[in-house]
Each structure stands twice: as structure tokens, then as C-alpha cells.
Ligand binder design. Structure first.
Ligand code: ZN
Length: 67
């Protein structure tokens, strides 16, 4: 029995950063609502709608979090 490895490596999607307009690389298995940090210092939230992936700037206004 053969073991089939997935060829081509990991799928990476490139999405535009809504803050700086630069490219953000996301793994194909990124999850909706995932928080990522971009090189520009922005904190972004992943929004998945069907096959489309969008990024929104994360607004750190939830001051109830933490202390
Ligand atoms: Zn950015």
C-alpha cells in the first residue's frame, strides 16, 4: 500500500492587509475569527465567507478583557 503525500507543499493564500495595503500570507487552513499580526504592526481578524478570505483590522476596544 502506498502512502500518498500531498505534493506542492502547503497552500498559502495571499490577502491584502486593510491597514497598510501590503500582502498578508495566510495558510489555507486558517480559521474564521483567527487573529493575526501583520508586519506593519496591525492586528487583523480573519473573516472567511465561502471561498473568500478577508481581513479586518482588529479593534482592541474590548477593555473588559484582562484587567
Ligand atoms: Zn499591514
Amino acid at each position: 500500500m502506498g502512502v500518498a503525500f500531498v505534493t506542492g507543499g502547503c497552500m498559502v493564500r495571499t490577502v491584502v492587509c486593510p491597514v497598510c495595503g501590503g500582502e498578508v500570507e495566510l495558510m489555507d487552513d486558517v480559521m474564521d475569527g483567527e487573529i493575526i499580526e501583520h508586519d506593519c504592526g496591525a492586528t487583523l481578524v480573519v473573516r472567511i465567507e465561502g471561498d473568500n478570505i478577508k481581513l479586518e483590522e482588529f479593534q482592541g476596544v474590548e477593555e473588559d478583557w484582562g484587567e
